[in-house]
Design a protein around this ligand. Sequence first.
Ligand SMILES: NC(=O)c1ccc[n+]([C@@H]2O[C@H](COP(=O)([O-])OP(=O)(O)OC[C@H]3O[C@@H](n4cnc5c(N)ncnc54)[C@H](OP(=O)(O)O)[C@@H]3O)[C@@H](O)[C@H]2O)c1
Length: 216
Amino acid sequence: MKPYVLLNSAMTVDGKIATESSAMKISGDADLIRVHKLRKDFDGIMVGINTVIIDNPKLTVHKIDAKKEDNPVRIIIDSRARTPLDSLVLNDAAETVIVVSERASKENVNKLSEKCNVIICGESHVNLKEALSKLYDLGIKSILLEGGSTLNFSMFKDKLIDEVSICIGSKILGGTHSKTFVDGKGFKISECINLELKKIEKIDKNDVVLTYTTNY
Ligand SMILES: NC(=O)c1ccc[n+]([C@@H]2O[C@H](COP(=O)([O-])OP(=O)(O)OC[C@H]3O[C@@H](n4cnc5c(N)ncnc54)[C@H](OP(=O)(O)O)[C@@H]3O)[C@@H](O)[C@H]2O)c1
């Protein structure tokens, strides 16, 4: 069994979610509130290790009224156990699970284990199917996936995403090295993911949120 997964992101009109090396505010305040309401509804919130290293996010519900118990479990996909020990995701605001692979150094795993739950799935990279199955067994029945581009690709590739909500912020970023909504190796045309449009919502003055289900 696997948790239900909603991929949520904000991208510019030209499909970028960040510059090559830093985060940027893409959508407006109403979208941030929408995302924090979503976070409150999910058991877990998942990101890739690069997002932790680049953005140092809290991954908690803090833009709306919330209690500590409203915070989802923070899940970091981190094959080599590189999560910095002073990352905000390791503070005591919420529980954290770091998913590593067998190639993670024992030393790093031991240090991280003092601060959070560390689980091992996969040999060189995190085996995402196995990870989701283990997370389900830990009681995490729903996950809000919040990127970045590389993890988004792998999660689509393994057909683990059930629903997508994407806020298109009224900006153009450009740049061949900027991160896009889904990067990774990309799909062959015959293998691209088909989506079914469920909802179109105007938000803030100039942004729009599109909601899709996946159709594998
Ligand atoms: N606008 C938005 O909504 C939004 C949201 C989130 C992030 N972002 C941006 O996205 C950027 C980061 O994206 P990113 O693509 O560089 O990194 P990422 O997706 O956050 O993390 C990717 C890393 O996860 C690890 N990983 C382990 N197992 C994996 C697997 N099976 N599949 C995929 N990844 C796996 C890999 O590193 P190891 O091999 O070391 O494990 C991989 O390099 C940041 O700049 C951030 O600001 C934007």
